[in-house]
Design a protein around this ligand. Structure first.
Ligand code: MN
Length: 271
């Protein structure tokens, strides 16, 4: 009855399978949480998606920016970019089923028994957990609705950079998607900053979202996220758990056992 969370797969299927073998993952009794970015850039996004879909109820996923980009690409009837290495996925016979499966997944998961939020990029410093879950749910309903095409079409374009109760429905959707799937740094006035991907030391003028006072004040809450490979798992805060350790960039894939807090890793071999 173990609960595991695992970092960004990005098509690293071989490492994913090896990591599950290391912890003897048993889908009939264990649960596996994924922080998103299942697909893109790595060698075998198709196998990752198929494998997860077949695991059924034992798998829970929060979507990442690459997963949403895949959905938008499919909805807008576009071809994937070469660098995303998604051609075999797009030409697979079960592509429509895999897209439907991905679209069923939310932006955030709250685990009450662990007092833990799981999401791809992070928690907006403007939100407490309840507000974050409400906003995640509203945004998820939009990309799952009959009006999804409108939202996928208008998902890009970076603003709004800051949260306000006065945002329109579309602006609120965009801010929510950006906070949960693309955020790394904040500016001094709490705007999401999109241009920097390096370490906190590389950009001392910017604040990593998890170092914001309102996040640090959440003493009994854990946040598990991925997305920020250059952190290599380092947040200097045991409640803020960064699981993207850059497998697709030749580093490693990381898993945490939620009950014991034990980390297990698998070195990149296929990317
Ligand atoms: Mn990402």
């Amino acid at each position: 009855m173990a609960d595991y969370a695992i970092g960004d797969l990005q098509g690293c299927f071989i490492e994913f399978k090896l990591l599950l073998e290391k912890v003897n993952f048993n889908p009939s009794k264990d649960t596996l949480y994924l922080v998103g970015d299942i697909v893109a850039r790595g060698p075998d996004s198709l196998s990752c998606l198929r494998f997860l879909k077949n695991l059924g109820e034992s798998v829970k996923i929060t979507l990442g920016n690459h997963d949403l980009h895949l959905l938008a690409t499919q909805f807008l009837n576009k071809s994937p970019q070469k660098k995303d290495r998604l051609d075999s996925l797009f030409s697979a016979a079960d592509f429509p089923d895999l897209i439907s499966f991905l679209r069923e997944q939310p932006l955030a998961i709250w685990l009450e028994s662990y007092q833990t939020l799981i999401c791809h990029a992070g928690l907006s410093p403007h939100w407490d957990i309840q507000t974050a879950l409400t906003q995640a749910d509203l945004a998820t309903q939009k990309y799952q609705s009959d009006n999804a095409l409108y939202y996928f079409k208008n998902m890009y374009g970076e603003g709004p950079f800051n949260w306000s109760d006065k945002l329109t429905e579309l602006e609120s959707f965009k801010y929510t998607v950006n906070a949960f799937t693309r955020m790394r740094f904040l500016t001094a006035d709490n705007k999401i900053e999109f241009n920097h991907k390096g370490t906190p030391q590389d950009s001392p003028e910017l604040l990593p979202w998890f170092q914001h006072d309102s996040i640090k004040a959440m003493k009994n809450t854990k946040i598990i996220f991925g997305h920020w490979a250059s952190l290599l798992g380092k947040t200097n805060n045991p409640s803020i758990i960064a699981l993207d350790t850059g497998c697709v960039w030749g580093k490693e894939l990381t898993l945490i056992d939620l009950k014991t807090g034990t980390f297990t890793t698998q070195k990149a071999i296929s990317a």
